[in-house]
Design a protein around this ligand. Structure first.
Ligand SMILES: Cc1cc2nc3c(=O)[nH]c(=O)nc-3n(C[C@H](O)[C@H](O)[C@H](O)COP(=O)(O)OP(=O)(O)OC[C@H]3O[C@@H](n4cnc5c(N)ncnc54)[C@H](O)[C@@H]3O)c2cc1C
Length: 314
């Protein structure tokens, strides 16, 4: 058996996971790609339109918050559908699922995979290592593999294949719910996903006074940018919500332009912005690490620069 089973509850990530699975197939890791949907027939039908045979499991009473139950279902499905490799999305829930599945299947597991390349006879899985200080190419040597891909890592092919896949039902038994959802609350209206921003203005502790934040907001408005921040700005100072943190503990962003204001550039931060196309760093310390990865550096005090920038932008 050597098929690839793909699962995510996030339909918007389906295409890129299918793309990653196709590359794995071409590299000899699987003969066929099989899509698994749990309690979501519409998602299975969408994947089938991409030429992928899909299976829907009806799991009454089991919600997407119940990763233990989901892992049991996916593990059983992988055996029934003869899949040695399971492909997931490396988001918060996908990473938890990956660990649980690896334990259940005695599989080798890598998360946060952001590219694939050949590594001798094997396929190399490219991911950040040592807290983001370096990029490593790793292989999974066990027969069973669980691979979770970083969201946004693979461009999706929009072309629709000539032949659709089939949508099948799959019966899985003996899995009991372990989580009961008491209440669902919508996210705050102001919630943003900075990982998707085209332009980012990122605030570090170099913004010394909270009173200067409106100037940053004005700058972001003029540039059509979202605001991100370094971790201490959110977790220590609590000036901005944690969803805006860039870096190891926050989001990995790939904006076309990142204007970085008063960030020293520790590796835990830069790992979240190293794929930005153009980086501008404003810092009063010319030796700040941040400046080393910037395309443009302005060595200056933000107190002076911000009003001047706003004036220049009109
Ligand atoms: C396990 C772990 C995970 C972490 N995850 C993250 C993460 O995801 N994201 C993250 O950001 N950090 C993370 N950190 C923290 C990280 O190591 C740094 O401490 C943090 O990034 C520093 O934030 P900063 O650059 O804003 O502050 P600082 O390091 O204090 O730097 C402030 C910078 O502003 C400049 N500056 C000061 N005043 C001015 C001024 N008036 N004008 C211009 N420039 C000025 C200074 O020269 C300095 O370079 C993590 C740490 C650990 C241990």
């Amino acid at each position: 058996m050597s098929n690839i089973l793909v699962y995510t509850e996030k339909t918007e990530l389906a295409l890129e996971l299918i793309e990653a699975a196709r590359i794995l197939c071409r590299a000899g890791l699987g003969d066929e790609i099989k899509w698994l949907s749990i309690n979501n027939r519409a998602q299975a039908e969408e994947s089938a339109q991409r030429g992928i045979d899909s299976w829907v499991v009806k799991a009454e009473g089991i919600t997407i918050a119940d990763t233990a139950a989901l892992a049991s279902i996916i593990a059983q499905a992988s055996r029934v559908l003869e899949c040695d490799t399971i492909v997931l999305s490396s988001d918060r829930r996908g990473k938890e699922l990956a660990g649980r599945l690896a334990a259940k299947l005695d599989a080798g597991c890598l998360t946060d995979v952001k590219a694939l390349e050949s590594a001798g006879q094997d396929i190399g899985l490219v991911r950040n290592a040592l807290g983001g200080a370096t990029v490593a190419v790793q292989t999974i040597t066990s027969p069973q593999k669980v691979i979770a891909f970083a969201p946004g890592a693979f461009p999706c092919t929009e072309e629709v294949p000539e032949k659709s896949g089939a949508v099948n039902e799959l019966e899985i038994t003996g899995v009991k719910a372990s989580v009961k959802v008491i209440e669902n609350r919508p996210k705050d209206a102001g919630t943003v996903d900075i990982a998707k921003a085209r332009i980012l203005v990122i605030v570090g502790q170099g913004i010394e006074d909270k009173e200067d934040l409106p100037l940053v907001q004005e700058l972001a408005g003029k540039l059509g940018a979202e605001i991100g921040c370094s971790k201490p700005v959110a977790t220590d100072k609590k000036w901005l919500p944690e969803e805006r943190v860039v870096g190891l503990s926050g989001k990995t962003c790939q904006p076309e332009l990142a204007v970085i204001l008063g960030v020293s550039g520790q590796v835990q931060f830069t790992v979240g912005i190293r794929d930005a196309k153009l980086v501008v760093s404003v810092n009063k310390d010319e030796n700040a690490y941040m400046n080393q990865m910037a395309d443009y550096v302005l060595v200056s005090d933000l107190k002076e620069v911000l009003p001047e920038l706003l004036q220049a932008l009109g």
